[in-house]
Design a protein around this ligand. Structure first.
Ligand SMILES: [Ca+2]
Length: 250
């Protein structure tokens, strides 16, 4: 019925006629679109060199910023907490702390622990035996923000003064297991403790409070020993080697 109507509009509409019958303008529009996508005007038009240069510069700046962001190493991770268990200073061979006692911001939440001066330390002149007279636990609240990933690093060794050969312990955040470890004292002595560094990541998904707790699980009075503890914050994606290695705290 109205088969001729579209053609009528095309031929009568001045704007459509303008587009339809000036193919050079259409080519120019394609160039403009392509230049926006590529950030570079492939075919410069007279008088537009300055605009082209500005677009190219803006594009390259944005691209370089993106690449730097995507490939950045976690060198800027900020330390939010660190300790070498140096406080308070121990005047004797060791100081035992019992359940409910506090030292340097830590609370003994189970059993007993010792700060010790008897052996080579990973840092300073004291370290912490997670077993005082028996399995002990210490806990403290971290200055950690919600939905931020943290890297916890610490050094592990073992009390060489008594059995068993294989020491053990585990770490929790808000009661959730985030790391467990063992350490063999075979071939070790107070002058050669064989400190080993280990680390784990966690992100607190729901709570604004993050309570870090270390637990001795060796079962005797000669437990796993820790020292040189550091907690660093980092960007949610970039800090860990893999997102799958992050412990999600619920
Ligand atoms: Ca220390």
């Amino acid at each position: 019925m109205n088969q001729g109507l579209p053609l009528f509009f095309h031929t009568q509409d001045p704007k459509r006629n303008h587009r339809q019958f000036r193919p050079g303008v259409r080519v120019d529009r394609l160039r403009r679109v392509r230049s926006v996508i590529l950030g570079w005007r492939l075919v410069r038009l007279p008088g537009e060199a300055a605009v082209s240069k500005l677009r190219r510069t803006t594009f390259l700046l944005a691209l370089s910023t993106l690449l730097v962001t995507l490939t950045a190493a976690p060198a800027s991770a900020a330390t939010v907490y660190s300790t070498g268990f140096e406080n308070p200073p121990v005047s004797a061979a060791f100081q035992e702390y019992f359940t409910g006692q506090q030292f340097d911001g830590w609370t003994v939440t189970a059993g007993t622990v010792d700060t010790v001066t008897l052996w080579q330390d990973a840092e300073g002149r004291q370290s912490l035996d997670l077993n005082g007279s028996l399995d002990g636990s210490i806990a403290r609240t971290l200055p950690a923000q919600l939905l931020t990933t943290y890297k916890v690093t610490f050094a592990v060794a073992g009390n060489t003064q008594g059995p068993p050969v294989l020491k053990s312990g585990k770490v929790q955040v808000n009661g959730q297991d985030v790391d467990s470890f063992t350490f063999s004292i075979a071939g070790k002595n107070p002058g050669n403790m064989g400190w080993v560094y280990r680390s784990f990541y966690f992100t607190n998904l729901l709570s604004t409070s993050s309570v870090l707790q270390f637990n001795g699980t060796t079962g005797t009075a000669y437990g796993a020993v820790i020292d040189d503890l550091k907690v660093e914050s980092c960007l949610l994606v970039l800090c860990p080697a893999s997102a799958s290695t992050v412990n999600r705290i619920h």
